[in-house]
Design a protein around this ligand. Structure first.
Ligand SMILES: *Cc1c(COP(=O)(O)O)cnc(C)c1O
Length: 427
């Protein structure tokens, strides 16, 4: 039986579906596995759903969802995560943007939705997922939950502050998916969601749940593509891989660290942040100083107080250990722009701003002589950020099939940033 415990140590251990439905632990901490199973690094890579079922079996052990694990991984891993050579370079990119909303969050969102659709709930209240989004999360969750029986989702986004492609992905669904444009900023959306979780009227009617990357069911599946790609390199070359990861809330980086902890052939892990430098500063100074969020070109990484740092610090309680586990760089907008141009000019590659931040971090890191089989994690398709990327490379970006296939956008309902307005919209 796998138990999940709170990073703050003040909550009862729960099994997977308990952690899934609660989202955050009652003591305010985040759920982490109580122990670490080990995964043999010479295991065959296999396809993603099969590898996921093997890798995640120990985490589902003893839970009511265990018998459904294969059906969950088959429903969630419906698109590939190819490793692609970067021309004129020894690095490769791991393309995680082939899902329905063209960003890596599709993996975690689809897995979470597949788990939620199958979990038995003790009461008959309908499950209602609330998501505040500054860009990519809301679209991935909306796409994943659309037409899943027994689940509704309400996505809150700051009106006028997300890209046109991102807004389209929130507003095109209908059915059990509702998008609300909030007259405010992202922090207002987050505040409203927190308020809703504490609201008696809403809790009487619905089982409320969250879908951001504090939820363990979004992190676990993210280990799978780190496993698949590092195993592919291991089977080909007999050497471990090193990853450079565009980071915001640090869910992605935590999943990679966890995959290495399981014994997968992963060597160095470099995280690339944008001008929101809380984590790089923490590693440099040892002091945790969250700050107000700064808007950047890589908007999905605009996080001033990354929640998953708590999971990383739980695994590496002392700063020296954390420094050995991870290296962090902060990449500002000028450097992101320059790297988008260099990627196109030197490698014929078109990178979204997040992926470009990672490529820039790798250039800085290897300048100091760090060798290795480097894999740049490509988190979004550049077409999602065409307003930024096209003028920099002076070339048109093709729309990927998944984005072209989305239903037409519909106008979103608008609300003022007040809890009574949200309550009225939901009830
Ligand atoms: C969410 C996101 C990130 C950051 O991932 P975290 O897990 O929050 O660190 C990076 N790139 C893209 C495109 C994203 O959508």
């Amino acid at each position: 039986m796998m138990r999940f415990v709170s990073t703050r140590g003040g909550a009862e251990p729960v099994s997977l579906s308990g952690a899934l439905l609660q989202g955050i632990a009652p003591d305010g901490g985040l759920y982490v596995p109580a122990e670490w199973p080990s995964f043999p690094s010479r295991a065959p890579a296999g396809d993603l759903p099969k590898l996921a079922a093997t890798l995640l079996a120990d985490f589902f052990a003893g839970d009511e969802l265990a018998p459904q694990l294969e059906s969950i991984t088959t429903a969630a891993f419906t698109f590939p995560a190819p490793l692609v050579n970067v021309k004129n370079s020894e690095a490769r990119t791991l393309e995680l943007f082939h899902g329905p909303t063209a960003a890596f969050k599709d993996f975690g969102a689809r897995f979470l939705a597949a788990c939620m659709a199958r979990v038995q709930r003790s009461n008959a209240k309908p499950l209602h997922i609330l998501v505040a989004t500054s860009g990519d999360t809301g679209g991935a969750v909306a796409a994943a939950v659309h037409r899943q029986p027994g689940i509704r989702v309400t996505v809150l986004f700051p009106q006028g502050m997300i890209s046109p492609a991102q807004e389209h992905q929130l507003t095109c669904w209908g059915d059990n998916v509702r998008a609300l444009a909030v007259h405010g900023v992202f922090d207002d959306c987050q505040r409203l969601v927190k308020g809703a979780f504490a609201d008696t009227a809403l809790n009487e009617r619905f089982q409320l749940s969250s879908a951001n990357s504090i939820n363990i069911a979004r992190l676990l599946p993210q280990m799978v593509y780190f496993a698949a790609s590092s195993l592919a390199v291991w089977n080909e070359q007999g050497e471990p891989s090193s990853f450079v990861i565009p980071s915001g809330n640090l869910g992605h980086a935590t999943a990679c660290v966890w995959a290495r902890r399981l014994g997968l052939p992963i060597d160095q892990i470099v995280i690339a942040h944008n001008a929101n430098r809380t984590m790089p500063d923490f590693l440099a100074t040892g002091e945790w100083r969250p700050s107000a969020t700064i808007a950047t070109l890589a908007n999905a990484m605009d996080v001033g107080d990354p929640s998953n740092a708590e999971r990383l610090r739980h695994l590496y309680p002392n700063i020296a250990g954390l420094r050995r586990a991870l290296t962090a760089y902060a990449i500002d907008d000028d450097a992101i722009r320059a790297r988008i141009q260099a990627g196109w000019r030197d490698h014929g590659a078109i990178w979204c701003p997040h992926t470009a931040a990672a490529a820039e971090a790798l250039a800085r890191h290897t300048q100091n002589g760090a060798g290795g089989n480097w894999i740049i994690v490509a988190t979004a398709h550049p077409a999602k950020f065409r307003e930024i990327v096209e003028p920099l490379i002076d070339a048109p970006i093709e729309t990927p099939p998944a984005l072209a296939a989305l239903p037409p956008a519909q106008p979103a309902d608008q609300i003022d940033p007040r809890l009574d307005a949200l309550r009225a919209a939901i009830i």
